[in-house]
Design a protein around this ligand. Structure first.
Ligand code: ADP
Ligand code: MG
Length: 255
């Protein structure tokens, strides 16, 4: 068995209407590692995250989380497609945080966080509520549990979304531009929560243009362009002295 929080991608390919958007992605993430995924718009970052938690089905390759394989496994000289059961098992272990929060607007912050544990995991409501309140406190929203998203700032809503993802006790957390939709003054509070999670050993893959955050928090930086990984390595090295001209050019534009 691999340790909880390990993630391996091998040969991931994905096309839409004949256009190949992911052209063979290989990546290994160790338990507790934080990976920042960078790259220009349209390079395939969101599609890759969606393939990792199987919101999209891969065309080739596989994803391995905690030893659970989803996709196409080469075995005995042939490819074996994983089962629906394994897809469901793998998805349970992934948490995802989106740019636009995707909270249920008619539910309170507390109910947003409790919903998955109660409905999907079948947790007892009183236990789920106790844990959800603790998670809201952990993201600095102890006094906002009863509020609906519309009464919260964007930064507070994104922190509810992070608490909701954590409530499912994921092995790996995926973030797709979690601060891109926020007013600049609200970015810091969300990054602070993410920094805490990283410090507590959560395995994270973060698509972000926040280079300062990446430099400070990420172990590894991965630069994608045109559906391939152009460069990856220790975050400080890649972000300060990239070896690829394409990475350097991209960084010059976002910095
Ligand atoms: P990024 O997140 O790096 O900006 P995306 O993964 O969103 O890139 O998109 C990569 C490419 O795939 C883009 O050209 C986009 O238009 C295309 N694409 C993404 N999702 C779909 C889809 N569901 N159907 C068709 N094309 C898509
Ligand atoms: Mg995207």
């Amino acid at each position: 068995m691999s340790a909880r929080g390990s993630l391996v991608l091998r040969g991931i390919r994905k096309s839409f209407a004949g256009t190949e958007v992911l052209r063979g992605i290989d990546l290994e993430v160790a338990p507790g590692e934080v990976v920042c995924l960078l790259g220009p718009s349209g390079s395939g970052k969101s599609t890759l995250l969606r393939c990792v938690n199987h919101l999209e089905r891969v065309d080739a390759g596989f994803v391995l989380v905690d030893g659970i394989l989803v996709g196409y496994e080469p075995r005995g000289g042939r490819l074996h497609e994983s089962s629906e059961k394994d897809t469901a098992r793998l998805r349970r272990r992934m948490g995802m945080v989106f740019q636009h929060f995707n909270l249920f607007t008619h539910l309170s912050a507390l109910d947003n966080v409790m919903l998955g544990p109660v409905r999907v995991l079948g947790r007892d409501a009183a236990d789920a509520e106790r844990d959800a309140r603790a998670l809201l406190a952990r993201v600095g929203l102890k006094d906002h549990a009863g509020k609906r998203p519309g009464r919260l700032s964007g930064g507070q809503q994104q922190r509810v979304a992070i608490a909701r993802a954590l409530a499912m006790d994921p092995s790996v957390l995926l973030f797709d531009e979690p601060t891109s939709a926020l007013d600049p003054e609200l970015v810091g509070e969300v990054l602070a929560v993410m920094r805490d999670l990283a410090g507590q050993g959560m395995t994270m893959v973060v698509v972000t243009h926040e280079i300062g955050f990446a430099q400070e928090v990420a172990d590894t930086a991965v630069f994608m362009d045109g559906g391939v990984i152009v460069e990856s390595g220790p975050a400080r090295r890649v972000l300060s002295s990239p070896s690829s001209a394409r990475t350097a050019e991209f960084l010059a534009h976002v910095l």
